[in-house]
Design a protein around this ligand. Sequence first.
Ligand SMILES: *Cc1c(COP(=O)(O)O)cnc(C)c1O
Length: 228
Amino acid sequence: IVQGCAGMRIYPPLYLQKLRKLCDEYGVLLIADEIATGFGRTGKMFACNHAGITPDIMTISKALTGGYLPMAIVCTTDKIYDAFYDDYNKGKQFMHSHTYAGNPIGCATALAVLKIMKEEKILEHAAEKATYFHNALMDTFGAHKNIGEIRHIGLINAMELVTDKDKKVGFDGNLRIGYEIYKKALTHGLLLRPLGNVIYFNPPLNIENKDLDKAIALAKQSMDEVLK
Ligand SMILES: *Cc1c(COP(=O)(O)O)cnc(C)c1O
């Protein structure tokens, strides 16, 4: 659903539904890499929930522990799991393991995060914040002559920096304009992430509206200073 660090491009869930169908038709396993998108990042628990599909394999990490401890999991359907499961002497098993597999502190942290997500209704609150944030961004940057588009899903908002708003022409890559704005924003205490001509916001799901306002104001200030 979200292309991630290759440009924060967002595609319609229908594509994923069609992909699932084609994979089933040709017997291809569908892997959903939900490492960046899982646990509410796109507004639903998992990005593939937008399409209502189930992958055969799913990778999860990052927000699984709220980013506080390293923990990654590969989930599979029972069919795949069973394909590697048998008595030891059959030699059928997938002999692969990780030094720190099933690390108890990582697992405890992941469980604590899931508990907090449920108890504090993080997803519901994040949905309200997502609407607030995108509207506020549109108010500030929607008409900005150097913003060609503000793509968004959940709390992710990616702004495309352009020299020509109508023709959607990007800045010369050599100018590294996103990186310049990122550096300027850092001096004001705001951490943005630049990807070429894209600047994006990816705030914590429990961020306060006043902090979102502050981020927008500082981003505007930084952008104006760099682009003036
Ligand atoms: C961060 C990231 C990874 C790498 O995850 P690790 O747990 O560090 O292996 C893979 N895919 C996506 C989409 C990511 O954002």
